[in-house]
Design a protein around this ligand. Structure first.
Ligand code: ATP
Ligand code: LTN
Length: 334
């Protein structure tokens, strides 16, 4: 029987902060679960991070620590291609070509550019502006079918599709036109102290980092915001009790229990027992991840080897696309 070729999935995360429970439940855990179905490429987008100023030592530390954390979360390097963007020069090379097929007006409309140029008004560099072109290169080099991203990145993937279609209309079918895969709404985790906003590293008090100690996690859950109606009852009501709903969502995702089962489990007990119980469930879920990541971080030779093999596998695929593009646009071949 003929073997069916797996569809290809690709995504990147900027190594611009430590990974948290939102990243894990909203993204990485789902990636790890998809490995048998798809051929998967995941990379650390270090080239993208320097669109805002980075401390070089911190960037270096995060680029390797994040790999350890990805592996510890279940992204097996034997089954997924894991690599660092700057190790594969084809990303920068294709980005230049694509920048000549991307319109100034298109880039001006990107909401991330507008947000970031307001936030970093003293450093509106051209990399911040052309960020989506590099992202399009990341995706198109691998002929990816699907790109799992958060809602905020959808506009960039759509621009990538437009660039691919524009290029293809001139030169024939060079690029696969990718589809964005947007995380389900249920996968959105909110901050423990700010249930109206997503869990984010910029609010560290309400953010559970994968590398937090059990004591840190306990403390954060103790301080979690529940609701203001003083009902003190564990009930799933997103509208009126967003804090409780968020904790229930976390608990449900980790234990597999339904909202009804959780309501029954804590009936008559109030938040005093519920909050620590969610904290303990998170501690237990994070423990093996943290311990494995700590072990891997000490094994730099192994991590370097993963990056080396990842870059090799990625370069092979990316190189094929880049050569085709160079030929199509008319660069003289030796
Ligand atoms: P920040 O913490 O500064 O808001 P971030 O952690 O969102 O940044 P990204 O690189 O934008 O970092 O996110 C990486 C992935 O994690 C994306 O797929 C994003 O959708 C997902 N993600 C991030 N935060 C959450 C969250 N709170 N809930 C669910 N998924 C999340
Ligand atoms: N811009 C994305 C990170 C990113 C990415 C990519 C995601 C860079 N290149 C290619 C998917 C595909 C972000 O900030 N989350």
């Amino acid at each position: 029987m003929e073997e069916v070729k797996k569809k290809r999935m690709l995504s990147g995360i900027q190594p611009s902060g430590d990974l948290h429970l939102g990243n894990y439940l909203g993204a990485i855990k789902n990636w790890a679960d998809r490995v048998d179905e798809y051929e998967c490429f995941y990379f650390m987008a270090d080239l993208h991070t320097i669109t805002v100023r980075q401390d070089p030592a911190e960037l270096r530390r995060r680029s390797i620590n994040q790999l350890a954390q990805y592996i510890a979360c279940g992204l097996d390097p034997e089954k997924n291609v894991l690599f660092l963007q700057s190790h594969v020069p084809a990303h920068s090379q294709l980005a230049w070509v694509l920048s000549c097929y991307t319109m100034f007006g298109e880039l001006s409309r990107m909401t991330q550019f507008k947000d970031k140029s307001a936030k970093y008004s003293d450093n509106i560099n051209s990399g911040l502006f052309t960020y989506p072109v590099l992202m399009a290169a990341d995706i198109l080099l691998y002929q990816a079918d699907y790109v799992p991203v958060g809602e905020d990145q959808k506009q960039h993937v759509e621009l990538c599709r437009d660039i691919a279609q524009r290029f293809n209309s001139v030169y024939g079918d060079v690029f696969k036109v990718p589809e964005p895969l947007i995380n389900k709404v249920g996968a959105r985790i909110y901050g423990l102290t700010t249930p109206g906003a997503k869990m984010s590293k910029s609010v560290p008090d309400g953010c559970v980092f994968l590398m937090d100690s059990p004591d840190d996690i306990r403390r954060k859950f103790k301080r979690a915001v529940t609701d203001s109606d003083r009902e003190n009852c564990v009930r799933f009501d997103k509208e009126n009790k967003p804090g409780v709903a968020n904790l229930m969502n976390i608990y449900s995702t980790l234990t597999g229990k339904t909202m009804e089962q959780i309501e029954a489990e804590f009936a008559g007990q109030g938040y005093g027992s519920f909050k620590p119980a969610v904290g303990e469930a998170v501690i237990e879920a994070m423990r093996p991840i943290r311990e494995e990541a700590e072990r891997l971080i000490k094994d730099k030779a192994y991590l370097d080897d993963v990056y080396r093999k990842g870059a090799e596998a990625a370069s092979y695929v990316a190189g094929k696309t880049l050569r085709k593009v160079y030929k199509k646009v008319g660069f003289y071949q030796l």
